[in-house]
Design a protein around this ligand. Structure first.
Ligand code: SF4
Ligand code: SF4
Ligand code: SF4
Length: 301
């Protein structure tokens, strides 16, 4: 079904109570130059929580988390529109031993991303190199990607007049110029290794085999929800660090998102979305009523 953009914007306004229009491009695709199948191995046994990755990310992406970070901790995964990554401290006990583990959070860049499946206008897409990127010129502000993401990653610029969805881009712009992501380039401890995903999985298995006392025998992101470009090694079970326990099948849409990790809020959002599509279809089957376009509507055509 080809959606009329102006009608769809009205539907979103009716169902979610929000109508947002895009402003220029943040990232224009550079897919042809990107190396395929890229990945990042994040070895949590090596992270010291220095925050160099966070600072490099903010600098490269011109983010200003000074105010956003104050509220970021109150959000579900600590990320915000102005903070795309940070090392979160987890202090836990495992087998009678105390562990202080810093967990670098960011978009996982899923191989079969639910955010991409849920977006009704193709504003999110997965590039050949594995980066899941965002085109704000297509975004209608419905925020279905936020509902669908199993890791609660995409954030919304709530305070902006023309808000965008914001999240880690896997530094696709840097990769297109032959550079590794800013965070891995800045990490002083070798926590972050950028490379080809299949080679990183082999490297991760080798580290576990060489030092089984210091690693759990699990590469998070290898198989979860179909796998992700970001992979993790850990000294303690991942669930103790707040990593969700997922099956290997991907989540390919909002309704599946509800079935897999649904909450009342998610269900309400999906109901609103489905109601919006019903309303749109219903409207399309009725004789077209000619309404004069408002000044604002005409301006966005
Ligand atoms: S972690 Fe969320 S935002 Fe990132 S690619 Fe996966 S579904 Fe999309
Ligand atoms: S890959 Fe780039 S955008 Fe993503 S966390 Fe690292 S520096 Fe930030
Ligand atoms: S720069 Fe490396 S060691 Fe420092 S917090 Fe980030 S991932 Fe951890």
């Amino acid at each position: 079904m080809e959606l009329d953009r102006r009608k769809f914007l009205r539907v979103c306004g009716a169902t979610a109570g929000t109508l947002m229009l895009p402003r220029g491009l943040v990232y224009a695709g550079t897919q042809p130059e990107l190396p395929p199948g890229a990945g990042m191995l994040c070895d949590l046994t090596r992270c010291i929580g220095c925050g160099y990755c966070q600072r490099a990310c903010c600098e490269w992406n011109q983010l200003n988390p000074s105010e956003a970070s104050a509220t970021a901790k109150e959000l579900d995964c600590g990320l915000s529109a102005e903070l795309w990554t940070f090392p979160e401290l987890r202090e836990i006990e495992e087998d009678g031993k105390q562990f202080r583990v810093f967990v670098k959070r960011q978009c996982m860049h899923c191989l079969e991303p639910a955010c991409v499946s849920a977006c009704p206008v193709g504003a999110l897409s997965r590039l050949e190199n594995g980066a899941v990127t965002y085109d704000e010129s297509k975004c209608i502000g419905c925020r279905y990607c936020m509902v669908a993401c199993p890791y609660s990653v995409p954030k919304f610029e709530w305070d902006e007049r023309l808000p965008r969805i914001r999240k880690c881009t896997f530094c696709a712009d840097r990769q297109a110029q032959g550079m590794e992501p800013a965070c891995s380039a800045a990490c002083p401890t070798g926590t972050l290794t950028f490379g080809k995903r299949d080679e990183l999985i082999a490297e991760a298995k080798a580290r576990i085999q060489a030092d089984p006392a210091n690693y759990v025998s699990h590469i998070y992101g290898q198989d979860e929800l179909g796998g992700s470009s970001w992979l993790y090694l850990s000294p303690v079970p991942f669930e103790k660090l707040g990593f969700p326990e997922f099956k290997t099948e991907p989540v390919t849409g909002l309704s599946e998102a509800v079935a897999t990790y649904g909450t009342a809020g998610v269900a309400a959002s999906v109901a609103a979305m489905l109601g919006g599509f019903y309303w749109l279809n219903h409207r399309k089957s009725e004789p077209e009523l000619q309404e004069p376009a408002s000044k604002g509507e005409g301006a966005e055509q």
